[in-house]
Design a protein around this ligand. Sequence first.
Ligand SMILES: Nc1ncnc2c1ncn2[C@@H]1O[C@H](COP(=O)(O)OP(=O)(O)OP(=O)(O)O)[C@@H](O)[C@H]1O
Length: 568
Amino acid sequence: MPTITIDSNSSIDIEQHFRVSAGPGAGKTHWLINHIKNVLHESKRLQKTRKIACITYTNIGAETIKARLGIASIQVEVDTIHSFLYEHVLKPYLSFIDTAHGLCIERVRGHDDEIIRNYGFLDKWKIKTKQTRIPPKDNLELIYALQKAQWKLNTNGELVISASQQKVGTHYLKTSSYYDYKTMAWAKGVLHHDDVLFFSYDLVIKHPFILDVLRAKFPYFFIDEFQDTNPIQTKILKLIGNKESIIGVIGDKSQSIYGFQGANYDTFDSFDLNGIVNYQILTNRRSTNQIIDLLNTIRKDINQSKFKNQSGPVPVILVGSMKSALTRAQAICSNELIHSLTYRNIVANTIKKQANETTVDKELLDKLMEIDRPSSSNKYRSSSITALIKATELAIEGRFKDSIRILEKAFKAKPDLEATGNNIIHIIHLLNRYEEFKNKTLYEYYLFIKNEIGINMSNLREGGIARDFYDGHTYKDLALCVNIPDDNGLFRTIHKSKGAEFDNVLLILDTESNLTFITNPDLTKEQHRVRYVAVSRAKNRLFITVPTLSEENSLILSKMGLDIETLT
Ligand SMILES: Nc1ncnc2c1ncn2[C@@H]1O[C@H](COP(=O)(O)OP(=O)(O)OP(=O)(O)O)[C@@H](O)[C@H]1O
């Protein structure tokens, strides 16, 4: 079937599976909202109890769609895939889960994005898996290795853990030990996000009636940002779409940027269902002509047309430090807001907090746990400090629920910690007195927590390596490592800008070599796609900053019509 070109206002047949493919700013989300409204209006298959399922990639995406649907959202279940599967597959059918997996269903309380990292748990795991040779000094590396393991579908349609031969220190992890790690966590009722996919898939394969229930509840499933869907989710959606329910996917393969979560470049194009109809939108409604020209230079498979046909400033390459680039870009934008986008979280935080670019270390929070390791005389010091730093930073960003959750989790099983019942009061205290400790050493922050907040922690012996760490780092150094989930502020990572648009964008590149996404573009490479997504967020002004620029690159970029400004 040929691909049909549509516009973001077009209506399509509501009773056929569809794929809508379009570049950035084409109006995919706009079209999806209109389509949902059309289905609600026209469908004969929706009654009060039957809803449309609309799956988005992020919580922010879900909130945006709900807000834009307004009152119509009552008949639409808008959710991320993990939350959707947890609510509609896992939670109602927990008792159907194969007991062979050893999941303690009575203790399951949602799912988490962090694996269990406590050292006591790791020790038990080392004994169980006969890997006691891994010394405690390599625990951090071990946690990173375990965290990388993901569920993957093999060619027989079975779920296996994918983790390439991981080396921790001098030791190669046994493949079977990943499974042991999972089963030990499951025995405590602890589920990682990725496990939601594992159990959902296992349930629908072993109990296909669950698919019938899903089809009965949701005659329509629409998935936005489908290019980042993981193959296990794709398989579940295909199973649902085999009869009755209509599946519609919307996306752009050149905006696939979540390879590290199992998505791949071909997911979008290779998705197939009997009778699926392909549509494309070839306009860009977001950006000025100058920005669309740049996007078209980077991208070879489509050439977006300029819907607004609006001329704007030429994109500018700012050569210099990121701080000076931000100052310059802000001056040019004068009273308008500018969003800075970075690849790494630590860089986003560095610019947000105007910290010194050269001293940042993204692993400091983990290193604190490593150096100030829990012992019989110091059970909770580093875990309490870590939780309090995270909670403080989340609260500063206005994320009170997340902030309270962190403290609840940190303090719940620690009866010998004093004054832990008042997490909200702690947070108010920390916010009110933020100015007093934000530029102090970590040791001074520790004293503040102990003396002013009243959390009972053991003393830090002078001259010890833990004390040196607390004296040698500032609160701010550690605060830079905090990840704010679904951050919607002015300084964020490119991944957190997915689906958003901003008047003015400053893309911060760590090194000049990252400019290849413009000078020698290849969107089969994820690194290039990530930066392509970043520049395509801009509606009006676009700045790209690099620390240095060679004559060769300068010539290429000038030929492309970009402005270049060297900052002093
Ligand atoms: N038919 C339309 N009428 C008016 N405005 C529209 C229409 N279609 C899209 N827009 C506007 O164009 C901009 C881009 O639309 P949208 O965010 O839906 O694009 P997208 O394809 O989802 O983008 P991306 O994939 O880059 O996130 C938005 O400001 C949106 O409101």
